[in-house]
Ligand binder design. Structure first.
Ligand SMILES: Cc1cc2nc3c(=O)[nH]c(=O)nc-3n(C[C@H](O)[C@H](O)[C@H](O)COP(=O)(O)OP(=O)(O)OC[C@H]3O[C@@H](n4cnc5c(N)ncnc54)[C@H](O)[C@@H]3O)c2cc1C
Length: 382
């Protein structure tokens, strides 16, 4: 096949992870081609909806914390390079039963990694955050460094900085075929054929369609976000209200954000697997049932937030079987790398994932601790 006069790295998908990878590769002087089937950015994948939560006391697993430390550093660097605020550290509070996976998991991660946090009793929660209505047995963990990122602005900034550093990005150009051998990689789109040394798949919900021989199942689910105008808006203002999550009886998490100007209203959602879907056939219209879910979260936990609905968005999760990310080379093609299966919690890591992918593509290894995200955990050797 041969690299020929091709690129050092071809990146498929210029969403959250792909735009970050393009930026990190280009700033190191690599020749990069990023191919995106839709616009850069767009609202048809996993990275739209004006806010994404970032937190460090990671209840999902403490092994993510070192990556998060680096992610925060890189978010601040990205702000410096792009000249705009992208990360808002407004504080975050995670609530649930004391032995539930959210409170116990966040506490474990915070203690293991010496993170600044406070344990709040039910009474302390009521005093400090009277906006919430909680069962009497619920307690909380408060983390001052938690907050949110602006996803569309992040992707735009990463893409622009990648372009300015010399990357070639092409929107509205879908990769339809690819191949790899010892000599190099090739991808085809309706507009042309491109050759390179390494291929990096950052296709989000479309990954299984692109890489059908991955050997692990990725389940795409339909998720909804809602915005309402609260009865008492001042209680949910930026600077007053934290990012928050409340564990539900089924293990899912109701969560939300303070009000931000990019999209008017108070945003709430549920983090848990929605209905299984196909990214090319998903219904992007919110239904009355979707609206009812938003209303239910408000009535149950944020009565002062309940109010007329303003907006809804449909978004996609790409779930791995254990809910953890997949960062590895392709099981049969050493030149091909994958970053997928972000399972509804990947955005906050996009900055560091781009750095990891640039390390792996250019040096074949990384100092960052990502082995726990490899395919080996599924019994697959790469
Ligand atoms: C409703 C919702 C809420 C979330 N909340 C949070 C949160 O609060 N905090 C958090 O950290 N994470 C959150 N997440 C998860 C996070 O947003 C995702 O993990 C992350 O955005 C995934 O990024 P990605 O690059 O894998 O996917 P995407 O950003 O979707 O990028 C994949 C890209 O690949 C492109 N592509 C696919 N196939 C092709 C092809 N054949 N040719 C060219 N291009 C192609 C797509 O068009 C797309 O642009 C949430 C996700 C959703 C849906």
């Amino acid at each position: 096949m041969g690299k020929g006069s091709g690129y050092d790295v071809i990146v498929v998908g210029v969403g959250a992870m792909g735009s970050s990878a393009c930026y990190h590769l280009a700033r190191r002087g690599a020749s990069v081609l990023g191919l995106e089937r839709f616009d850069i950015p767009h609202a048809l994948g996993s990275s739209h909806g004006y806010s994404r939560m970032i937190r460090m006391a990671y209840y999902e697993h403490p092994d993510y914390v070192p990556l998060l430390r680096r992610a925060y550093e890189l978010w601040r660097e990205l702000e410096g390079a792009s000249g705009q605020q992208l990360l808002f550290e407004v504080g975050g509070v995670y609530m649930g039963p004391p032995d539930g996976h959210v409170v116990a998991g966040a506490t474990r991660a915070a203690r293991q990694h010496g993170l600044e946090h406070e344990t709040l009793s039910n009474a302390a929660l009521a005093e400090r955050f009277p906006q919430f209505r909680l069962p009497p047995q619920f307690v909380g963990v408060y983390e001052p460094r938690a907050g949110f990122l602006l996803p569309e602005k992040v992707i735009a900034a990463q893409a622009e900085l990648a372009l300015r550093a010399g990357a070639e990005l092409r929107g509205r150009e879908e990769v339809t075929h690819w191949g790899a051998d010892e000599g190099g990689v090739v991808v085809r789109t309706p507009k042309g054929e491109y050759r390179g040394d390494r291929l990096l798949f950052c296709g989000g919900p479309w990954t299984s369609k692109l890489v059908s021989d991955l050997g692990v199942e990725l389940v795409v689910t339909r998720q909804v976000l809602g915005w309402v105008w609260p009865r008492a808006p001042e209680a949910f203002a930026l600077g007053t209200f934290p990012v928050w999550g409340i564990e539900a009886a089924d293990g899912s998490l109701s969560y939300g954000f303070p009000m931000i100007p990019d999209c008017p209203g108070l945003k709430v959602a549920r983090h848990g697997r929605g209905p299984v879907t196909d990214p090319d056939a998903v219904s992007r219209e919110a239904t009355p049932a979707d609206e009812a879910e938003v209303n239910d979260i408000l009535l149950r936990h944020l009565p002062g937030g309940a109010g007329p609905l303003l907006s809804m968005r449909v978004c996609l999760y790409t779930n791995s079987s254990d809910g953890h990310f997949i960062i590895d080379s392709h099981p049969r093609h050493a030149r091909v790398l994958l970053a997928c299966g972000f399972s509804g919690h990947g955005f906050k890591f996009a900055s560091v994932i781009g750095e990891v992918l640039a390390d792996l593509a250019l040096n074949g290894k990384t100092e960052l601790p990502v082995r726990f995200l490899g395919l080996e955990r599924f019994g697959i050797r790469t």
